[in-house]
Design a protein around this ligand. Structure first.
Ligand code: IMO
Ligand code: MG
Length: 425
């Protein structure tokens, strides 16, 4: 009887998919609890690369029940495309369950996301453009549409009509955009309702059935801690709770269900979109990391901003999410540099600060205080035992542990499913 949470401890794209994929093989059920198709999780399984966005990476473990829980926002078209993508590759989705409480991303959410980013101009968030923010706004504004609404043929058209009318007013009057046609959206929704009917259920009961039967539940987070609506670099964040706190409300379980919290940390730092990034590198080293790590967005193809590992944010993630172990990814990508650096504090107006500031104005003044390490080779993919890692790489790992007080339990040394070192998991 265990509940394991895996989530990103930086700004997303930490390489969560592959660790989830591994842990899923040990779990009885995999649950996504927040976010939507803004996520892009790449998993290489048996030499095949899969790109997933909404469906838990556990789907690649044959026969494993995978749940899209109530905290997720679902774009039905995107989900259907993802299901078809998996089916074309021989992956069955027979064990996929979607919460009847999950909110729907509608075409007007996508339109509003785009229009709002345009309107913000220089102040734009740099969203993925998938309507995530507008959908969560409707959820908290109590005007959203849920899966259970979609499944009710009689009442859905009435609810939808009201929503489309309201949104069209905003789209045309506030943004000067083109109104959307209610009839078109309704037709699309009706087709989706037929398609998704077999998948929709009360996932809360399903989760508790498994939990009470002593099964292991794996909770898969999308995005990352620093994109959390409360603890991230607000307003340059996503609109959900990627952190452990999101599991309770996003899946419908109590805190005692969670027995282990794995924070995925990339050996360096990346970020897409706008917002502060203290250890960002604007020089050739940053370009090299981007090139070596192929740091371009899975979803949008945007080049990711790259920099050294920032332990101020990782430590903040550990504290605010109760991380019990790190999964460290991309140690191979960081290999090959003569020297590597780790940020242990911020110099703000001549004072070293170790806690992550809330204010963007304060963050703008922060200069990284670095500790220097010797580099190691990037050729690590054959290593399976921790002792066999180069000494410099071990020193790097052990420094992260000492600094944060959190053990590093998994270390990624290559993209493949098996290219990983396990320490106590
Ligand atoms: P995975 O799960 C990295 C970022 C966007 C933008 C901000 C808000 O692959 O790690 P949104 O579309 O969510 O309203 O955009 O959040 N963002 C991500 N960055 N990885 C992700 O997911 C992200 N999902 C959203 O770039 O800065
Ligand atoms: Mg991504």
């Amino acid at each position: 009887m265990a509940g394991i949470v895996v989530f990103g401890a930086q700004w997303g794209d930490e390489g969560k998919g592959r660790f989830v994929d591994y842990l899923a093989s040990k779990a009885d059920m995999v649950v996504r609890y927040q976010g939507g198709n803004n996520a892009g999780h790449t998993v290489v399984a048996d030499g095949v690369t899969y790109k997933l966005r909404l469906i838990p990476s556990g789907i690649l473990s044959k026969g494993k029940p995978c749940v899209i829980a109530n905290g997720v926002v679902v774009d039905l078209g995107a989900l259907k495309t993802e299901i078809e993508y998996l089916e074309q590759r021989g992956v069955s989705v027979d064990n996929l369950y979607i919460s009847d409480r999950a909110h729907l991303i509608m075409p007007y959410h996508r339109a509003l996301d785009e229009l709002n980013e345009k309107k913000l101009g220089d102040f734009k968030i740099g969203t993925t453009g998938n309507g995530i923010g507008p959908c969560y706004m409707d959820k908290t504004g109590r005007v959203g549409l849920r899966m259970c609404d979609l499944m009710d043929e009689e009442t859905f058209p009435v609810k939808l009509k009201k929503c489309v009318e309201d949104k069209n007013e905003t789209i045309t009057k506030v943004y000067g955009g083109e109104p959307l046609r209610y009839e078109d959206i309704l037709e699309e929704c009706r087709a989706h309702a037929r398609y998704f009917k077999p998948f929709v259920c009360d996932t809360v009961s399903l989760l508790h059935e498994y939990h009470e039967a002593g099964k292991t539940l794996l909770f898969e987070g999308a995005q990352g801690m620093l994109l959390d609506i409360d603890f991230g670099t607000y307003p340059y964040v996503t609109s959900s709770h990627p952190n452990t706190g999101g599991v309770g409300s996003g899946a419908g379980v109590g805190p005692q269900v969670i027995t282990e919290v794995i924070g995925v940390v990339k050996a360096y730092t990346t970020r897409v979109g706008e917002g502060p990034f203290v250890t960002e590198l604007f020089d050739a080293t940053g370009d090299e990391i981007r090139k070596k790590g192929n740091e371009f967005g899975t979803v949008t193809g945007r080049p990711r901003r790259c920099g050294w590992l920032d332990l101020v944010i990782v430590d903040f993630a550990a504290k605010t999410s109760g991380i019990t172990g790190f999964a460290l990814s991309r140690m191979d990508t960081l290999g090959g540099f003569h020297k590597v650096f780790v940020c242990t504090g911020y110099d703000i107006d001549g004072k070293i600060v170790n806690t992550y500031p809330a204010s963007l104005e304060t963050l703008a003044k922060a200069k990284p205080a670095y500790k220097e390490f010797d580099g190691w080779t990037s050729d690590l993919s054959h290593i399976r035992r921790y002792e066999d890692l180069p000494e410099a790489a071990r020193k790097y790992v052990e420094f992260i542990e000492q600094h944060t007080g959190v053990p590093v339990k998994m270390i990624g040394v290559g993209a493949g499913r098996e290219e990983c070192i396990f320490r106590g998991l």
